[in-house]
Write a protein that binds this ligand. Structure first.
Ligand code: ZN
Length: 491
C-alpha cells in the first residue's frame, strides 16, 4: 500500500472498520516519523537561536540566585553580575533598573541590560520582600515563671505581643491554661507563629512597698520631741501588711540615730526602710567657729595651721579639689574639721541643676574620704545659701538644694560674721581682724567666714584668736551635730 492509498484508507474508516496489525504498525511509524521531524526541526531552530545569540549578542551572567528573598525592612544588597562579549568585559556598561522597597512586602524585578553594537541583552532578577519574622511575646513580670498570688486568679495583663510588621498584636494573643503551664500563642498576618510557655507558681515573691511621709534624714535639736513618720504601705498580694518600727532615738543626747521601719506581707516578704534621726547639740552661745573656704593652698593654709596649733584652737576647712592633699591630711590629723565646698567652685557648673551640684560635690567628697578615711557631711555652698548669682544658672536652685542636702544627710553652714577677706585684697590683716572682733557676741554662736587662700587672712587669724581667748570666748570646730547657721535663701 503506498502513502496515497494509506491516506485514503485512513480517511475512509467507514468502509473498513477494523485494521489488521500490519496496517496499525505502518500507521504508527508514519505518525512517529512526522513527530520526530518536527522535534528535530524545533531543536535545530532553538540551537541555532542560542548559537546566534551566543555568537552575536553580549552575555549577562547574574551572581547569586535569579529569585532572591529579602526580609521585611532589611536592606537589599545587589549580589552582582558579569557581562562580556567574547573576550571583551562589558560589566561596567550594564544598566541596572528597578528598586526594592524593603518597607513594602512584594516582588520587585531588577532588570539588567547591556548593548553591544546595537544588539541588546536583558536579564531579570526577582527580589521578594517577605515577612519571615515571628512576633515577640514579652512579659512585664518574670518570663519563665508566672507567679500568681495565693488564692488569687491570673489577671492576664502582664504580656505584650509585638510584631515587626503588624505592630502591637497583644489582642491576638491566645492564652491557654494547662494548670501547671500557661501557654501564650500568637500569629502575625503572614502566619509566623510564636508560642511561649510559662510555669505557673502560686506564690507571692514581691516585697511590700513602704514609703515614709518624712524625709529619710530628720534633723532635731537636743530636747526636741521625736515622733515616728507616717507612711504608706502596699503589697501586690496581701491586704494586711505588718509594720514594725525599731531603733533607739535619744533626743536628750546629740548624735545620729536610726529608726527602722520593717514591713512584712502574708508570705513573709520583708521590706526595710531606714530613717536617719540626727539630734543636734544645743546652740553654743559665745563659741567662735573659724571657718576657712576655698583651700587648701600652699603658703597660706600651712601658716594658718601653724597659728591654730600654736594657739591650741580648732577650726573648720571647707575644701575644694584644688591644693595639695597633704594640707587636708594635716588639718584633719590636727583635729580640725574638713567640710565640702564643691570640687570646682564654678557657679555655672554647681548651680546648673541638682544633679550637677551633687556630681560636683561627689568629687570633693571622694577626695576628702580618700585622704581622711571619713565621709564629711558638712557643706558650705559657694557664695552661701543666700547667694543670688545662682539665679543666672537655675531659678530656685538654692531653695531645692538647701532642702535636698539635708534630706541626703548633709548639714550646711552659712555665717553670721564676714571677715571680708575675699573682697579683692582691699583690706589689711588688721582690718580683717577688726571686722571679726567688732562683730563677736557672747549672746550667740559666732560663725566666721574666712578664706585660707588669702595672704592677709593668715596674718589676721592670730589676732582674732588672741582677742577671743582674752575676752572669754571659746573656739570650736564644726561637728556633724553643730546646729546649722543658715541665711535666708534668695533663689
Ligand atoms: Zn568659696
Amino acid at each position: 500500500m503506498d502513502r496515497k492509498n494509506l491516506r485514503q484508507h485512513y480517511y475512509k474508516p467507514k468502509h473498513q472498520v477494523k485494521l489488521n496489525a500490519l496496517q496499525k504498525k505502518r500507521m504508527f511509524s508514519f505518525r512517529f516519523s512526522k513527530v520526530t521531524i518536527c522535534i528535530l526541526l524545533l531543536a535545530i531552530g532553538v540551537c541555532s537561536f542560542f548559537l546566534y545569540k551566543m555568537l552575536f549578542f553580549p552575555r549577562i551572567q547574574l551572581k547569586g540566585d535569579t529569585v532572591v528573598t529579602v526580609p521585611y525592612k532589611k536592606e537589599y544588597k545587589e549580589p552582582g553580575f558579569l557581562s562580556s562579549y567574547h573576550d571583551q568585559n562589558l560589566t561596567e556598561y550594564v544598566k541596572v533598573e528597578g528598586k526594592v522597597n524593603s518597607k513594602k512586602l512584594g516582588e520587585y524585578p531588577i532588570v539588567y541590560t547591556v548593548s553591544y553594537h546595537g544588539r541588546t541583552t536583558t536579564k531579570t532578577r526577582i527580589v521578594k520582600v517577605i515577612d519571615d519574622q515571628s512576633p515577640k511575646i514579652e512579659f512585664t513580670t518574670d518570663k519563665n515563671n508566672l507567679y500568681i498570688c495565693p488564692n488569687a486568679k491570673y489577671s492576664f495583663d502582664d504580656y505584650k505581643a509585638i510584631d515587626n510588621y503588624d505592630g502591637d498584636i497583644t489582642s491576638s494573643v491566645k492564652v491557654k491554661d494547662y494548670g501547671k503551664i500557661m501557654k501564650y500563642q500568637v500569629e502575625d498576618t503572614f502566619g509566623n507563629r510564636t508560642v511561649v510557655e510559662r510555669k505557673v507558681v502560686y506564690k507571692d515573691i514581691e516585697k511590700p512597698k513602704l514609703v515614709l511621709d518624712s524625709p529619710s534624714t530628720v534633723v532635731l535639736m537636743v530636747g526636741d520631741k521625736f515622733s515616728d513618720s507616717s507612711y504608706q504601705v502596699e503589697d501586690n498580694c496581701s491586704s494586711k501588711v505588718k509594720v514594725k518600727i525599731t531603733g533607739e532615738v535619744d533626743t536628750s543626747k546629740a548624735g545620729e540615730y536610726q529608726r527602722v521601719y520593717k514591713a512584712t506581707d502574708d508570705s513573709g516578704n520583708i521590706t526595710k526602710v531606714v530613717q536617719k534621726v540626727v539630734v543636734m547639740e544645743p546652740v553654743k552661745k559665745g563659741v567662735i567657729y573659724l571657718t576657712f573656704d576655698d583651700g587648701p593652698r600652699s603658703g597660706t593654709t600651712d601658716i594658718i595651721l601653724n597659728v591654730l596649733k600654736e594657739k591650741g584652737v580648732k577650726a573648720t576647712f571647707f575644701v575644694t579639689n584644688g591644693g595639695p592633699d597633704d594640707l587636708i591630711r594635716r588639718a584633719y590629723l590636727e583635729g580640725h574639721s574638713i567640710g565640702l565646698h564643691t570640687a570646682s567652685h564654678d557657679y555655672s557648673v554647681v548651680y546648673a541643676s541638682l544633679e550637677s551640684y551633687f556630681n560636683d560635690l561627689k568629687l570633693v567628697s571622694d577626695r576628702v574620704e580618700k585622704i581622711t578615711g571619713q565621709k564629711s557631711v558638712l557643706i558650705r555652698f559657694p557664695g552661701g545659701s543666700s547667694n543670688t548669682i545662682s539665679r543666672r544658672y537655675s531659678v530656685g536652685i538654692m531653695s531645692s538644694l538647701t532642702k535636698e542636702v539635708t534630706n541626703r544627710g548633709y548639714r550646711y553652714y552659712d555665717w553670721n560674721i564676714d571677715s571680708r577677706d575675699a573682697e579683692g585684697g582691699k583690706y589689711s590683716a588688721d582690718d580683717i581682724a577688726n571686722f571679726v572682733i567688732n562683730s563677736l557676741s557672747h549672746d550667740r554662736v559666732n560663725m566666721v567666714l574666712m578664706h585660707d587662700v588669702k595672704v592677709a587672712t593668715k596674718d589676721a587669724v592670730g589676732k582674732i584668736i588672741d582677742y577671743g581667748l582674752n575676752h572669754g570666748y571659746t573656739f570650736e570646730a564644726i561637728t556633724p551635730f553643730t546646729d546649722m547657721v543658715t541665711q535666708r535663701v534668695n533663689n
